[in-house]
Design a protein around this ligand. Structure first.
Ligand code: PLP
Length: 421
């Protein structure tokens, strides 16, 4: 469900025409729907109604402050994977008591930041990290509340590059070492075990692998409790998939919630969720303009003004995104087949190959759909292109929530060594 639709022949986000935004802000530009963000947060909240549940939105999916503030107002917490994301979440008004800190390589400085803020939970991924956390907690005279991220050895995720729960993946403490990690925590000052954490991948379109992983986690929680560890939380990570194509049918949040309700039944656990994509994915599009149409042997290239630096998912994961022209076409309008490419000097700078779509003209605009998660968040200035702008829509209003930097701003961090000046 999202709030991008045609009205009077023009694609709108809520009550705002995307053409009006593109005219005002230029292209490429990301456009986010507040209503869609809010709706997704509410649907997930309602699915878990009656359970003790913390929705810790995964900031890495889309960490724009406008987005974070929108979700904070819905009562969401945050899952952060860096000190920068922790600062973003706090700057957006998300209380530290709703923040969990994940990630396989937290630096000492980042750990100190989390301790100083007094966050809800550190998700620990190795014995070595645990030692550093304990040292820093002792030095600050604080207690760090810890969940060990375990690797349940379950394959999942929409692409090998986004599977994180197999034995060979870098993530999580190996399954057979998990209990030892809790013994280490019990024997160490400054750290207190409160939960078990798992996150097996992203864009997961089946319930079964998640259920398998969570059942393993629950069996571990029961064993840990028998050994005297007081485990009161389970962090089930993120990973729920979204429909990128009309034919995709990922499990709805209610089915996911019912599975978790079932698996954790009677254990009195706080359930921590770390949804990213399922909240942000369909809440954003990227609007781009056709620069040139270039016929070539065997194919025609539609060259647009957005590049892989602005939306990396197709180049990184062979991801599929639907396109919607901003000007609505009729069912009888002519279609053709394009390779949709950007201006970047890389052959992977391609948003789609042999895509059947309406005939386009120079200057026509399209929305690249489902770009709200891992879109702007992964953007770069490659090819000395300014960072893509971001706009947040709310009803009939829109606001530029990240403007494009000027050229001077782009080079402001660079200095000329004295032997060159
Ligand atoms: C990326 C990530 C998430 C969010 O994953 P989605 O597939 O976007 O829901 C949650 N938890 C951790 C630890 C992650 O790395």
């Amino acid at each position: 469900m999202h709030h991008f639709h045609y009205r009077n022949g023009r694609l709108h986000c809520e009550d705002v025409s995307l053409d009006d935004i593109a005219d005002a802000v230029g292209t490429p530009v990301y456009v986010y729907s507040s209503a869609t963000f809010r709706r997704h947060a509410r649907v997930i909240g309602e699915a878990f109604e009656g359970m003790d549940c913390l929705i810790a939105y995964s900031v890495k999916a889309n960490g724009n402050l406008g987005v974070l503030k929108t979700l904070a107002a819905e009562g969401c917490g945050a899952d952060v994977v860096s000190g920068g994301e922790l600062k973003r979440a706090r700057a957006a008004g998300i209380p530290a008591s709703k923040i969990v800190f994940s990630g396989v390589g937290k630096t000492r400085e980042e750990i100190r930041l989390g301790l100083g803020e007094g966050i809800h939970q550190f998700n620990i991924e190795s014995a070595a990290e645990l030692s550093v956390l304990a040292e820093e907690a002792q030095a600050l005279g604080r207690t760090a509340y810890v969940a060990v991220r375990v690797n349940p050895d379950v394959a999942a995720g929409g692409h090998p590059n986004i599977s994180t729960g197999k034995a060979g993946d870098k993530f999580g403490v190996p399954w057979d070492d998990a209990e030892k990690a809790y013994d280490q925590i019990a024997a160490t000052a400054g750290v207190e075990a409160v939960g078990v954490d798992v996150h097996i991948g992203s864009q997961i379109d089946q319930i079964a692998p998640m259920r398998a992983a969570f059942e393993r986690v629950v069996s571990l929680i029961k064993r840990l409790r028998e050994k005297g560890h007081s485990i009161s939380r389970v962090d089930v990570g993120g990973g729920l998939g979204i429909p990128y194509r009309d034919t995709d049918s990922p499990p709805p949040p209610a089915e996911y919630a019912n599975m978790i309700r079932d698996v954790t039944e009677g254990l009195g656990l706080q359930v921590i969720l770390e949804p990213g994509r399922v909240i942000a994915g369909n809440a954003g599009v990227m609007v781009t303009e056709a620069l040139y149409i270039k016929p070539a042997p065997e194919r025609t290239f539609l060259i647009v003004d957005a590049g892989m630096n602005d939306l990396m998912r197709p180049a990184l994961y062979q991801a599929h995104h639907e396109f919607m022209p901003l000007r609505e076409r009729g069912a009888s309008d002519e279609t053709t087949t394009y390779d949709v490419v950007g201006p970047i000097c890389e052959s992977t700078d391609k948003f789609a190959a042999e895509r059947t779509m309406p005939v386009m003209e120079q200057g026509d605009r399209i929305a690249i759909m489902s770009a709200g998660a891992y879109g702007a968040a992964l953007s770069s200035q490659y090819n000395a292109r300014p960072l893509v702008a971001e706009v947040l829509v709310n009803g009939d209003k829109f606001s530029v929530v990240r403007r494009r930097p000027s050229f001077d701003e782009m080079i402001a961090l660079e200095t000329t060594p004295d032997w060159l000046s």
